[in-house]
Structure formats: C-alpha cells, structure tokens
Design a protein around this ligand. Structure first.
Ligand SMILES: [Zn+2]
Ligand SMILES: [Zn+2]
Ligand SMILES: [Zn+2]
Length: 218
C-alpha cells in the first residue's frame, strides 16, 4: 500500500555486505542507502541511471534507489502515464503484469490520479483490481526540502502552513509549497472535486452510497 512516510535508513554498522548483490564493503566499496526502502546498497546497485524522483517523500529531484525499488517505481510511473493518457488497455496490461494498483512515487495513488483526471472507466478497473478507494494521504513526517532564493543554500525544515522558510545562512524567507504536505488528508473525492471532475465525484458518491446500503442491510 501507499506510504508517504520516509523509510528509516538501515544503520551502516548493521551489515558488511550489499543487500542487493552481497558484495563486501570496504574503503573503496562504500555504503549507500536506497531512498525508497532505506536498505544499505553498494554504488553499482544504486547507479545514476537508477535514480527516481519520489514526490511522496518530498524528493523533487531524482534520488538513489536500489535495483528492486527502481523496477517497482518505473512500473508505477508507467501506470500513472497510462492513467494520464486514459489508456484503458495499457493500464489493464500493466495490472495483468503485476503492477500494484496502490503504489505510486507521487503523493496521489493511481486511483486518486484517475479520479483527478475524471477517468471513471479506469477508476472502475482499478477498484476491481484491489485499489484502495477510501485512501487518504497520510500525514508526512518528512521535512520540507528548501533551496534559499537568496543564497541558493539547500536546507530542510519542518513543514509550516505558511509555506515560508527562513534560511539559516542569510535569513532570507523562501516560499516553498510542498505538494506532499499540502495534500495531507486528501482522498479520491477531494482530488476529483478540486479539479471539477463532476462525473468522477458522482461515481465516487454512488459507490459510497452502495457500500453504506450494504452495511446497513446486513
Ligand atoms: Zn550491490
Ligand atoms: Zn530499495
Ligand atoms: Zn540563504
């Protein structure tokens, strides 16, 4: 399932070998961490070409991930692209190939993305394949990554609702609207309503009504 919590990093000292290829670490073979699962990996298992941006964790620029997380994230990106293009056949093929309907690298889940786009046929398909239709974006404990507009220094700060962060170096206040933090508590219905997708809203409300009826009948 979707999680918007940054993973805890596996402690360096807990392992002498790469969690992916089992190569031993030494002075030349240094430890790195997968930003998606937090496991310790070697440099060749977290290559430059394996970088992905993980907006759900507040990483806007591509970050290092392990080989298996890279595969999972790439498949998730393809799934989201199919939804963006209203590609029913493409989406079905990805789900048949084992893509997780509840996993994305973005703040929205695939189902929320389909709702925001107003693609009700895709919402139906995702629901049938086990998408969590009641998902709400959970609170994010990850700090906001800020680049100072004044001195260009990068720093991280705890989220604040004014989206304004004072630089520790030059004291300049930078506005940084973190998408992940701004979406906390959002559901598919919020996503559809925010984009004026009336059909998707109606569809979601009908599903909810049917579920309520089923609960009260039994
Ligand atoms: Zn390795
Ligand atoms: Zn990983
Ligand atoms: Zn500054």
């Amino acid at each position: 399932a979707q999680s918007n919590w940054r993973p805890q990093w596996q402690p360096d000292k807990s392992t002498k070998t790469c969690s992916t290829c089992s190569k031993r670490f030494n002075v030349l073979q240094r430890r790195h961490h997968c930003r998606h699962c937090g496991r310790v990996i070697c440099g060749s298992c977290g290559k430059n070409k394996h970088r992905v941006s993980l907006l759900k964790f507040g990483y806007h620029e591509p970050v290092r991930v392990c080989v298996s997380c890279h595969e999972r994230c790439t498949q998730a990106e393809e799934l989201m692209a199919a939804i963006s293009g209203n590609g029913f056949v493409a989406l079905e093929a990805l789900l048949d190939a084992g893509a997780d309907p509840n996993f994305s690298t973005l703040v929205f889940t695939p189902f929320m993305h389909a709702a925001a786009k107003g693609h009700t046929k895709l919402m139906q398909l995702l629901g049938e394949r086990g998408a969590d239709t009641a998902y709400h974006v959970p609170p994010l404990d990850a700090p906001v990554q800020v680049e100072c507009e004044g001195c260009k220094r990068r720093f991280s700060a705890p989220f604040n609702s004014k989206h304004t962060y004072a630089c520790e170096g030059c004291n300049h206040a930078t506005f940084e609207a973190s998408e992940a933090h701004a979406c906390v508590g959002m559901s598919a219905l919020h996503a559809a309503a925010a984009r004026g997708q009336t059909k998707a809203c109606q569809w979601l409300l009908q599903v909810r009504e049917r579920e309520t009826e089923r609960v009260t009948e039994t």
